[in-house]
Design a protein around this ligand. Structure first.
Ligand SMILES: Cc1ncc(COP(=O)(O)O)c(C=O)c1O
Length: 465
């Protein structure tokens, strides 16, 4: 029976969804058969569906609901802000109080000195804005040929035409005619998958830095403007950089005068055990973007921070042109900004970074233990983000043929066992709400462990292993 039939067919919510709703990141054809999984509510780290089944949200929704699904203070903050001033914008020098407060707070919290904050509504918009600013300032600096941008294979920076171009994943490019010109992708720093036999993490990091340097030299350093990176790559498969990686990469960027944009959309606000992923891995960006946990995902808001030299160039260029001709209607929305301010207050009051450091080892230790399972090739992660790589043969690190559907089966079993997560390629990803406690982590990993055993039995019965 399809989910739609189970949910009542006819005029049910499921059939109305199938009739009218175009889903992101969904196989649109199979959705017509399968129908939606309708999530009806949430409490703490859990959500429940319209059939009443409860799940631990192992990915905080989309790596974003850092305070779980029932934080009353955020509801209050939104309600109050909406009563006071339901909308205002920042165009033409206008401002509202929550936006002023939030900009000041983010500058105070920034991991390296930053000068100004630009607000948008999504990670994609923040990264798209950063790309435009890279162009704008290089024109201001009188080097209009220095415009190319380098991101990495398996990076995820969003889905707008420009940010999807930075993203280094095939489904985001294929048949969208992307990436656009002027965007290049360098090596993915995943040691387990891409290191040579016997290559240490440091040697592999050297090779990644050399790959970047070779690309810059081949293109001509006078044409390469910026490098974008997530501290831990998220949607590409929770890839933690090898030891020494960012130190070496940043030396190359400095050598060729290439700006560094850190994408903190997932790592920002405690995820890796420091307030910023940049602190965990020693990044010194010229610009940085954040979103998701900025408002604990209760309302859409993202931010781009720029350094003083970048702001100075932008100011000069806008004076020349008459205006900085960029901005989103809802960027710096006073209600979203109020919710973000309250989220930041909660992170501080509850010492969310301390909590991640406290319970993070339970997640990391539990994942490493699952790494012993015959179906798991590598278990990795830091703080409250982690991944398990599924393999057909542990010694050879071979992947399953996607047509066998092993990853999809595992995903289904995990969900059946009461945990929502995401399987991306060969990787099962975990990024639970930052408020998760040890017992909930144990419960989550227990469900995954059972699902791995069930999947191994299923795959063996079909001769896949
Ligand atoms: C690291 C990173 N950057 C950017 C984005 C894009 O954010 P949005 O989906 O809000 O446009 C995401 C989304 O998952 C992300 O993980």
């Amino acid at each position: 029976m399809t989910r739609q039939e189970k949910q009542g067919g006819g005029n049910s919510a499921a059939s109305r969804d199938i009739a009218h709703h175009l889903h992101p990141y969904t196989n649109l054809k199979t959705h017509l058969e399968k129908g939606p999984h309708i999530i009806a509510g949430g409490k703490g780290v859990r959500v429940f569906d319209d059939a009443g089944k409860s799940y631990i949200e192992g990915l905080s929704g989309l790596w974003c609901a850092a305070l779980g699904f029932s934080e009353e203070r955020l509801v209050e903050a939104a309600t109050k802000a909406m009563r006071r001033l339901p909308f205002y914008h920042s165009f033409g020098g206008k401002a509202s109080q929550p936006v002023i407060d939030l900009a000041e707070k983010l500058i105070e919290l920034a991991p390296v000195p930053m000068s100004k904050v630009f607000f948008a509504n999504s990670g994609s918009e923040a990264n798209d804005t950063a790309i435009k600013i890279v162009r704008y300032v290089n024109n201001a600096w009188g080097r209009p040929e220095k415009k190319k941008i380098i991101a990495r294979n398996k990076a995820y920076h969003g889905v707008t035409v420009a940010s999807a171009s930075l993203t280094g994943l095939a489904p985001n490019h294929r048949d969208f005619d992307l990436p656009m010109d002027g965007v290049l992708h360098t090596a993915c720093p995943h040691h387990y998958r891409f290191a040579l036999p016997k290559e240490t993490e440091r040697e592999f990091a050297d090779r990644c830095a050399l790959d970047l340097e070779t690309m810059i030299l081949d293109e001509g350093p006078e044409t390469v403007a910026a490098f974008f990176a997530e501290p831990v790559m998220g949607a590409g498969g929770v890839i933690v950089p090898p030891a020494g990686y960012f130190e070496k990469i940043q030396a190359v960027l400095k050598k060729y005068d290439v700006l560094f944009v850190a994408d903190e959309v997932i790592c920002g606000f405690g995820r890796t055990g420091n307030f910023w992923g940049s602190q965990t891995f020693g990044l010194k960006p010229d610009m940085m973007t954040c979103a998701k946990a900025l408002s604990a995902a209760y309302l859409p808001i993202s931010a781009l921070m720029v350094s003083e030299p970048i702001f100075q160039a932008m100011a000069r260029e806008s004076e020349k042109i008459g205006i900085f001709g960029h901005g989103f209607t809802y960027g710096g929305h006073p209600v979203s900004a109020s919710v973000a301010l309250e989220a930041l207050k909660i992170y501080e009051e509850r010492d969310i970074v301390g909590h991640v450091r406290d319970v993070g080892p339970a997640l990391q230790g539990g994942l490493r233990a699952l790494g012993e399972h015959p179906l798991v090739g590598e278990a990795r992660g830091v703080g409250l983000i982690g991944g398990l790589d599924l393999v057909k043969d542990k010694a050879e690190k071979t992947s399953f043929d996607p047509a066998e559907g092993v990853a999809a089966y595992l995903w289904g079993r995990i969900e059946k066992n009461g945990v929502i997560t995401r399987v991306m390629g060969d990787t099962v990803a975990f990024a639970p709400p930052l408020i998760i406690d040890r017992e909930e982590i144990e419960e989550m990993l227990d469900a995954v462990s059972r699902a791995l055993d069930e999947t191994a039995d299923w795959a063996a019965a079909r001769g896949f292993i």
